[in-house]
Design a protein. Structure first.
Length: 88
């Protein structure tokens, strides 16, 4: 997967969880253009980096149980010169 597509997916997932507007697991996966099993992998990756995520079946949304923030800082080495790219 291209890093740009992957980072955009992470950022979009974070925004939806943070704003508590994911919808059901099926709807959330559809919003991210992935399958439900890929959604579970993505949620597990968030948990690995410290996010405590829970699903509220009444509100039909995932939400953070902790004060989780996502920062993505990308450094690219091009022809021996480091270029910093901040992506979200």
């Amino acid at each position: 997967m291209q890093w740009g597509k992957y980072t955009n997916r992470l950022i979009n997932a974070h925004k939806l969880i943070y704003s508590e507007t994911t919808g059901t697991p099926r709807e959330f996966a559809k919003k991210l253009h992935i399958g439900k099993s890929q959604l579970q992998v993505l949620l597990d990756e968030f948990k690995i980096i410290g996010a405590k995520i829970k699903y509220d079946s009444h509100k039909k949304t995932y939400y953070y149980m902790n004060d989780f923030r996502l920062f993505i800082d990308i450094h690219v080495l091009v022809e021996g010169k480091k270029n910093d790219i901040f992506h979200g």
